[in-house]
Design a protein around this ligand. Structure first.
Ligand SMILES: Cc1cc2nc3c(=O)[nH]c(=O)nc-3n(C[C@H](O)[C@H](O)[C@H](O)COP(=O)(O)OP(=O)(O)OC[C@H]3O[C@@H](n4cnc5c(N)ncnc54)[C@H](O)[C@@H]3O)c2cc1C
Length: 419
């Protein structure tokens, strides 16, 4: 049993989940002098943090639940292998989440989400910068921006409202065409007539290696790890007891639940019904040299990105609202690869590895970072959707602020989804 220390005294904090979010939390808690115990039921960084697109997408402040998305969704849903899909059998299960998603896209709520994401992304950029430096990860980060494409004048014009919102949040970008477009990415299909370049966008060498390197750092700084699945979280008088499904128990002064898309049952056991769903995403990682890629490319109208990694060229994205148990449908990875080879003529599509991951998603696109209603000693940090890598360091800092009793590093921390 670990000593239980009260109030703002450092004591052992158990972090459930060794994905990028749990590890960034562990890192920030260690900076505050806490001892950290990670609890992970699978391999390190084997969840969504393993195979994502590797972007620090600090400019991505527009929530998915938006008037624009509602306009595009019917067309996308019509294509079973398109950017957005819902397996018909899962529709009754996800219907309440979809209703919340629709409500979150109404003008007032949408504006609130843009502001909150803008604040969180500003903190994400500065907190990530510090974490990358202090954890010795700088050599793993590329700072060459992101280039997004449009096929028609109408598609470009439709994007301008979103770019205006980004301009109001102070995000630099440049709309490009002609020679400038070709300079930023040579070899692009002429079907793309314009693009938008976001220079302050970064990517990591490989999200799996980046996350493992952070794990090595927190372990070197004295973290311990228990392997097992947390089945229940039980606040006690002076701490929190975790019951593992293998029968073991872990006592800690505090607990942070950072179990990604699998966090919902733990919160529910504490009386918090949080509308967490998963947006399943797919990709293919081609061998290095498959294309002379200058930076991460976004084909927004088709819902996927192409990312240069040290381990290859990753082509993927898409959203499948299909829950946690259904087997993957890798025809989605194939469909995006086929499109990518048309958009980037000469892309070598052989020898790829396919992957599916579970994004942990709230209807309003904002993560849950806050205390449980059952106990101030239990904190939640999950639901980062498409931006968990990007927002991991900021989440670590906000959780550390809460445990230390400091004012939060950003004013409007989403404590529970605004549903
Ligand atoms: C295709 C795709 C592309 C993406 N691209 C990007 C991108 O470019 N940039 C970006 O910022 N984000 C991106 N994301 C999103 C990002 O991957 C996720 O938001 C992020 O990885 C979530 O991290 P996490 O630590 O919360 O969850 P995970 O990485 O899923 O980790 C959760 C961990 O908790 C463990 N766990 C869960 N429950 C328990 C339990 N009860 N007991 C013990 N352990 C438990 C799991 O085993 C897992 O290891 C993408 C996602 C996908 C699918």
């Amino acid at each position: 049993m670990n000593p239980i220390l009260d109030g703002r005294e450092p004591g052992e904090v158990a972090v459930v989940g060794a994905g990028i979010v749990g590890l960034a939390i562990a890192f920030h808690l260690q900076n505050d002098g806490h001892r950290v115990r990670l609890i992970e039921r699978g391999g390190i960084a084997e969840g969504a943090s393993r195979g994502n697109a590797g972007a620090f997408a600090f400019a991505d402040i527009l929530p998915l639940a938006s008037p624009g998305m509602l306009r595009k969704a019917p067309k996308w849903l019509f294509d079973p292998l398109g950017p957005l899909s819902i397996p018909p059998a899962y529709l009754p299960t996800i219907a309440p989440w979809l209703l919340r998603f629709w409500r979150a896209s109404l003008p007032d709520r949408y504006r609130h989400s843009v502001t909150a994401q803008g604040e969180l992304m500003r903190l994400s950029a500065s907190a990530m910068d510090a974490m990358v430096r202090d954890a010795g990860l700088s050599s793993r980060v590329r700072s060459d921006g992101n280039l997004q494409f449009y096929e028609t004048e109408a598609e470009f014009r439709a994007s301008l409202t979103g770019w205006d919102a980004k301009a109001r949040e102070g995000i630099p970008f440049e709309h490009v065409s002609g020679a400038r477009l070709a300079e930023l990415q040579p070899g692009l299909s002429p079907r793309f007539i314009a693009g938008s370049f976001t220079p302050h966008w970064q990517t990591v060498d490989d999200p799996y290696h980046f996350t493992l390197a952070l794990f090595d750092k927190v372990m070197a700084q004295g973290a311990t790890i228990s392997h097992g699945e947390v089945a229940a979280v039980e606040p006690t008088g002076s701490g929190v007891r975790l019951r593992l499904s293998n029968g073991e128990m872990v006592d800690a002064a505090r607990v942070v639940i950072a179990g990604g898309a699998w966090s919902r049952p733990l919160a529910l056991g504490l009386g918090d019904a949080i509308p967490l769903e998963t947006e399943r995403g797919y990709n293919t990682t081609l061998p290095p040299g498959a294309f002379d890629l200058k930076r991460q490319l976004t084909f927004g109208g088709h819902g996927f990105v192409v990312t240069p990694l040290s381990t290859g060229i990753r082509v993927g994205g898409a959203v499948e609202l299909g829950g946690l148990t259904r087997p993957p449908n890798f025809k989605r990875s194939d469909a995006m690869l086929t499109k990518a080879s048309a958009f980037l003529p000469g892309l070598k599509t052989e020898g790829g590895t396919q992957w599916m991951g579970f994004r942990p998603s709230l209807p309003d696109t904002l993560p849950v970072i806050g205390r449980s209603t059952a106990s101030t000693r239990v904190l939640y940090a999950f639901g980062h959707g498409h931006s968990g890598l990007t927002q991991s360091a900021a989440t670590g800092r906000l959780v550390a602020d809460m445990i230390a009793g400091r004012p939060p590093s950003t004013p409007s921390v989403p404590t529970v989804s605004d549903e």
